[in-house]
Design a protein around this ligand. Structure first.
Ligand code: 9MR
Length: 385
């Protein structure tokens, strides 16, 4: 970070602490204008800036959240409502209600709309887990993909077609899909989606893709699809990161490598945990859960300024990298709209108080928000001078 930006972060935090100044969204039901600009405007020549929205927001029960999304973001992802167990709970019945609302919200506000996710080993309905033969599994997969992709054809901009299909060592994760359809279920899913909507962007989405073995595995997977003439447009590089890692150089290698294959990079699911992680967990394997303790939940009442600053600095560092590669990156999406609703309050330990996003529990922009805007402005001014 340049000295002037560092100085800005420090000054800004002092300013917030002393006077409660800065831009922001406050609790009283009124959204204040932000003198520094909104994310979607500031980065409009670089990439889309998105947020995952939860059911509460989609249902219209979070008016501050709605205003915040419309003000700052130009892309949305559904945090949970489109997952198989919710949208397709029985073999012959779909529940489209919440997804239709989600899409109407996106269309009405001219947002880039992502579908998340067609095929994932997690959050499956019981009937899928009970399948015992390949024929039935193929039928279910085909019906699921055809129905959803066709229904939302021309409305969705991108689909996370397959989610988290790789193990940490780069091998293919064993799942109900690979068990009955073989490793080619990924190719099947992409081919079905492309057939149902030839225009929508098709993405493979996963965490820890900065790791060399996972990076290599994605490259192998993409080359296999490309060799078979199966369409894949982008890689969703999930950003479930921490104050200390992963190393920016490794993230950069993945961005460059995916782009070299002709794919667009989508930074998806960005959030930065500030809480202790003694097991050195990385990524987002939701089956990993641990018991809590006060040592593991150190900022229950408030986040110290030092950590707030560290978060701002880390966000600035990752955004500097994104800006350097903005020609390769289509979208940067945060996983949630404010700290209160982040899944990281409950993973890998339930009931902690985490602070991973740009907006605090009162919908107020944090200095992390200001720091990335300041970064962009500083870089832009370098070009002007
Ligand atoms: O944020 C989501 C959380 O509310 C759900 O409980 C969880 C389990 O389905 O999924 C979370 O979102 C995950 C995303 O869909 C895929 N990548 C990892 C995300 C965090 O677990």
């Amino acid at each position: 970070m340049t000295a002037s930006i560092k100085k800005f972060v420090v000054l800004f935090s002092i300013c917030i602490g002393l006077f409660g100044c800065g831009n922001g969204y406050r609790q009283q039901g009124k959204v204040e204008t932000t003198p520094m600009g909104h994310l979607k405007d500031v980065f409009k020549h670089d990439f889309l800036v998105g947020a995952a929205v939860n059911e509460q927001l989609i249902a219209g029960k979070d008016s501050l959240g709605l205003t915040l999304v419309i003000g700052d973001y130009n892309a949305i992802s559904p945090e949970n409502v489109m997952k198989w167990m919710y949208i397709h709970p029985e073999p012959e019945s779909f529940y489209f209600g919440m997804t239709d609302k989600y899409i109407d919200f996106g269309l009405k506000n001219n947002l880039y709309i992502v579908g998340h996710t067609l095929v994932w080993h997690s959050q499956l309905p019981d009937y899928l887990n009970e399948v015992k033969d390949s024929f039935l599994m193929a039928q279910y997969l085909e019906n699921h993909i055809n129905t959803l992709v066709t229904r939302y054809e021309g409305k969705l901009d991108a689909w996370d077609v397959v989610n988290e299909a790789l193990n940490e060592d780069g091998t293919l994760r064993r799942s109900i899909f690979s068990k009955y359809l073989g490793d080619n279920y990924i190719g099947m899913a992409f081919a079905l989606a492309a057939k149902a909507d030839p225009e929508v962007k098709l993405i493979y989405n996963d965490y820890n893709l900065w790791k060399p073995l996972k990076r290599k595995a994605v490259l192998r997977l993409v080359r296999q699809l490309q060799a078979k003439g199966i369409k894949i447009d982008g890689i969703g590089l999930q950003g479930h990161w921490s104050l200390k890692g992963p190393p920016l150089e490794e993230i950069e290698k993945s961005i460059v490598a995916f782009s070299d294959l002709g794919l667009k990079v989508h930074i998806t699911e960005l959030d930065i945990t500030v809480l202790p992680n003694p097991w050195d967990l990385e990524g987002a394997e939701i089956s990993q859960n641990f018991d809590g303790s006060s040592i593991m939940n150190p900022y229950k009442d408030r986040i110290p300024d030092s950590i707030q600053n560290a978060l701002a600095n880390r966000y600035q560092d990752v955004f500097r990298l994104f800006l350097k590669h903005s020609d390769k990156i289509d979208r940067v999406t945060f996983w949630g709209i404010n700290d209160q609703v982040s899944w990281l309050n409950d993973w890998p330990i339930k009931g902690r108080t985490n602070y991973p996003l740009l907006f605090d529990r009162k919908y107020k922009a944090k200095i992390a928000y200001d720091s990335i805007i300041a970064l962009k402005k500083e870089i832009a001014s370098l070009y002007l001078n």
